[in-house]
Design a protein around this ligand. Sequence first.
Ligand SMILES: [Zn+2]
Length: 1105
Amino acid sequence: MTEPLTRSVGSRQRIEDLERPALDDRSYRIITLPNQLEVLLIHDAETDKASAALDVNVGSFSDAKDMPGIAHAVEHLLFMGTEKYPKENAYNQYLTSHSGHSNAYTASTSTNYYFELAASSSSPADKKTSQSNTTQEQLPVLKEESPLWGALDRFGQFFISPLFLEDTLDRELKAVDSENKKNLQSDTWRLHQLNKALSNPNHPYCHFSTGSYKTLHDDPIARGVKIRDEFINFHAKHYSANRMKLVILGRESLDTLEEWAEEIFSQVPNKDLSRRRWDDVSVYTDNELLTQTFARPVFQSRSLDLSFLYRDEEEFYESHPARYLSHLIGHEGPGSILAYIKAKGWANGLAAGGTSLCPGSGLFNISVKLTEDGLEHYKEVTKIIFQYIAMVRAQPPQKWVVDEQIRMSEVDFRFRQKMPPSRTTSALAAVMQKPYDRKMLLSGPAVIRKFDAERLSQAMAYLRPDNFRLNIVSQDFPGGWDQKEQWYGTEFKSDKIPEEFLVEIREAFENPTRPAELHFPHKNEFIPNRLEVEKKKVETPLKTPKLIRHDEGVRTWYKKDDQFWVPKANVNIIFRTPMIYLTARTVVMSALYRDLVNDALVEYAYDADISGLIYEFNSYMSGLALSVEGYNDKLHVLLEKVLLSIRDLEVREDRVKIVHERMTRQFYNVDFGQPFHQVGNYSRWLKNEKGLLTEQLMKELEDITALDIRNFYPQILAQCHIEVLAHGNLRKEEALQITNLVENTMKPKRLPPSQWPIRRSLILPPGSNFIYERQLKDPANVNHCIEYMLYLGTTADRSLRAKILMIAQMTDEPAFNQLRTIEQLGYVVFSGSSITDTWAGYRILIQSEKDCRYLEGRIEHFLTTFEKILDEMSEEDFEGHKKAVINKRLEKLKNLTEEGNRFWNHIFSDAYDFLSHDEDAKHLTPLTKQDVQTCFSHYISPSSPHRAKLSVHLIAQAKPKEPTPEEKKAQAITQFTTILTAENITADLPTLQSRIDAIPNTPDTMASIVTAISAHLTEDLKLGKETVDKVLDEAKAALGLADVGKVASPEVLKNGDVEKAVKESDGTTPVLIEDVHAWKAGLQMSTGVRPVRDLGEFVEGAAKL
Ligand SMILES: [Zn+2]
């Protein structure tokens, strides 16, 4: 605690002495407003972002049985206008103009809303020159000057006087519906819902929490329910100040923040609602316990899950009993369940942990990732788990185990570093709903304080053979799934566990003779002891590492931490070689080798992992990369062991079989992922000189043997260049010792720089208009996906980069508003810059049920409209956007990891552009609106003959259900209303309704609807031609009827004569790429990535940069 504060409100209780991490320089205050809204205020003088979060103690567990998803729908609708700020996107526009963003989620007993934006209205660039020695007391506290105040006022109104604007209702329900559709093919959602569906139907855990258009709109309307009233009622019934927890984080003093919180949030109505509990109903009753469920996943995956009826432990946060059980059962070191079943070739992974579902209920889950063999032996695996549990239960709770956990949890809390502000506020608002002692709000969830033998014994008693359920997930075992889950359609079958199997489980559990391989873990040698930090204050932290060794075979980059002061370090190493990316076969062999090394290290590395020391070993296009990160005390121990495993890997047939099978499944599963996750693979393949598709890798994988890997891997390491980054709480000598360790262990032959891989991308010539089409392999998926990319030039052109960043910023909100909100093309809409190795571009990505050529047309239409928006943009708005981008580029590093990753990315990319953020800001500052307009009209505007476009179309096989003519009419009216609202036009709904009702139900209902809308605009509303055209075009777009013109019939590029194709098509007719190899061969290549400055300048002692 620093300053003793004078208090304006005498009687209010203020809690300020929260337990906090050693390095936490924030100050905290907890108050309760007169309306019983509890508020946590966080003052952070150094933060560049401010944030607030509000958590309401109501969620999907309170959904009405006949309206699943209503809590989630209210979360979406609450943000649709307030009395004070009736414009529905007022909040988001405000946030975007201050480099901000917002989000919300609905959980089972909580709904959590949050935002983040610039903490100050000046950008860090101006600050440096004007107010370098300003202290926080002198910072402005004028409301008008603080972006935070404006955001809080807009945010607060949602809880004070939300309007639930009628005309946004349908659209937000559509958003909920497409959110649900996006999850339909996801096994995480499907299997989670299946478990819920099979729990006690009287416990709210069984609810379907997302909701859909059917559950929130069609079904209730069919029952005669006025849905808007239902949403308002839900809000009236459950939202109350005393159920809300607010967290505000900003630069302003605690007193100022307190005043603001009071002024805005004490207006939130208080209804004195109680905190809900579910004590009298069990998640599993005798009906659900001792059942086995076999479920069929979308992905090729196999798992076995045991789910025990457990308890809610939110009151037991001083001892966290479930963590004793998850530590032992989830252990991966010698003696553990995983080590034993992995050695038998039955499992690839295991996780265990307790979850509090709600006040009054909890579960304890054990989940095992099975191999093919493991699936055949799932009964044995189950019995082994029970043998291990019995082994643990045979001993009283072990104090030394808990002592290790206490020690590690304290160290982790003590050296915890800052997270981004909105993660801090959102997480803390949720934590405040729990019964922690207020002084332990920060530490409570993290730290184990005491060994409580009694509570541990109680906890162990839940894990019994008569108190669990069993789930098996597999695509082909055992077959005969005779049921379908209601919401996601997951096929499954479920019955009681056969008595013979239960007898075997009980016998395994009760028999005191157990495999010798199962035992308690050994003492953990990786728990750090040496936690001293050598703190040398510096004026300004260094922005680049130094090159402390720079010879023919090795480079070592080093920076001692000068701002975060944690006893941690990052060491990154690349073994640079062209050997990996020679052919698809070498890529796959390298990947298998990587997996085998990681597989061999599971048991050893586990203790380090739970002691905050992790390693990562991976293979990339430019070589093998290894990183070790965490507490620096034992870092070298782990590093040495990993290096030896990399060098001396014993390639065992049995492990190859398992790793090979797992990779086959991973490759196979790529095709069943979300289309917007798949599209990047094709885009990268097309954009870069070298690139491979999963299908190419898959073909090679088929016949690679253990012998192939055994012969191949030593060649990768025999000759390579080593580059090291050592960063953090390390001395220079240690960095050099680490380098020696790497070099002396691997002893590679030197690889001359002339043989190092070069990164290049293709250059799309001006006038390019290419489309690459691909059908998606998942027959059940109804979503198409387009990635529309414009090539502007090379990444090395800093001024061009700055312009792209500006265009990305300015189109961000309008693209989302137009393509997602107004035209309702789909839930996934991204737009922004795409700046990779040497490719500097702009892109728009949409995942939608509408087809790709249609989407292509809508994107071009948006870009054309945006050109006008840009022309009309005021200088003030332009400058505001500029400030927002500069703020983002100059955002402060939050912790040592972020800094380490930034350095490593610049080294790994071969550009060594450590100052790229500052350079971008420098090139943004002088940009004029004219500069950006010129850039836009030359490179991006669809009417420009100079632009270079490439788009990838992923085409779905399945078709969404065709709506009935009545549905089409109803849909048309709501979509049309949405558009009019966005255009600020007042509709005459009854007149339009009667026009539409008069349309007969024929196959061309849609065309008649458009005619009716057009007549309504001109004859009823008497709007001018320009407005009519615009609105009509948007209406057609939303109905899927927009004229997509030229895009409909691309030419086909056959012989790879790109030059000729570009010349003939003149940029206006798209050209379809059929033979990618020929197409690439017809294109020029960019220059390679090169260091932005001579590396000699980074050598320690070199002339100042
Ligand atoms: Zn949502």
